[in-house]
Design a protein. Sequence first.
Length: 332
Amino acid sequence: MPALKPTPKILTTLLVRVCLSILLVWYLYCLLVPAGKGAVTRDVSFPAGSGIRKLAADLKSGGIIRSTWHFVLVSRLRGQAQRLKAGDYRFNDGMSTAEILRKVAAGEVDFRRFALPEGYSIYQAAELLEQQGIFKKDVFLEKCRDSALLARLGVPGSSVEGYLFPATYNLSLNGTEEQLISQMVAHFNKMAGSLDLTGRSGLTLHKLVTLASLIEKEAVSPEEKPLISSVFHNRLRLGMPLQSDPTSVYGVRAFAGKVTKKDIGRQSEYNTYLNRGLPPGPIGNPGADALQAALQPADTPYLYFVARQNGTHQFSRTLEEHNRAVNHYLRR
């Protein structure tokens, strides 16, 4: 009896079954078998409002998963795509897709992210930390003035003001105020080393940071920081009071670009309208640009500047020029 030849329909059915079997194996393999052995670790931020595709792309580029397409497919088949919780997570390539999705769906964040803007004082940092539910304001400020911590970190002065480098930091869920402060100071020390702050200036490190904090508070445009620095350097050289507006409100309220006569007359060792020379310490935490400007001011004859109210300043050599600029930009 002659053998039966498979018909095209039978061949097609077999082919479909083989393909489906391969796809099923691939699906289960990617779902259950990790991309690696746990040696690769990545911190991934999943902001509120971002989609599953962004998370998948971040995980794939970090070497945590094998396929973005598979990750998206699994999340949708399981109904998890719309249930993922925003947060900051830490993953490793030893985690399976199923484990990753379960973790994000449950909102099991690994750390909190805190960004300190340039120029913010310890008081503003404390308020921001409390607003974000990370630390209590008073407890953080107390740690900023902890003499034992200051000594251990090698920070001069009565607080860490000026030495909390503006950047974004990851803090573990059980992280403490002391750990965050230590991270910030370590970042400052690294930056200070790269700029050689102690080896290229006639000022001590503490005075240089203090000057940089004034520059950071006064400047809106980064390009003007060396110019503002030149004004302060020129005034210091001549023994003129710095008359920096932000110093008159330090420790009272945040500087918002304007001060009153009452502010200027307020008795404070930080008020450079009433005291000559630099304040006893920084009035905020300067970034790299301000530190560089304090270290290398522009070569100018300027002794005065006034805000133009558009984010820039008018610089003047004489008091007469300055008064004309004040009349033009402010009194008008």
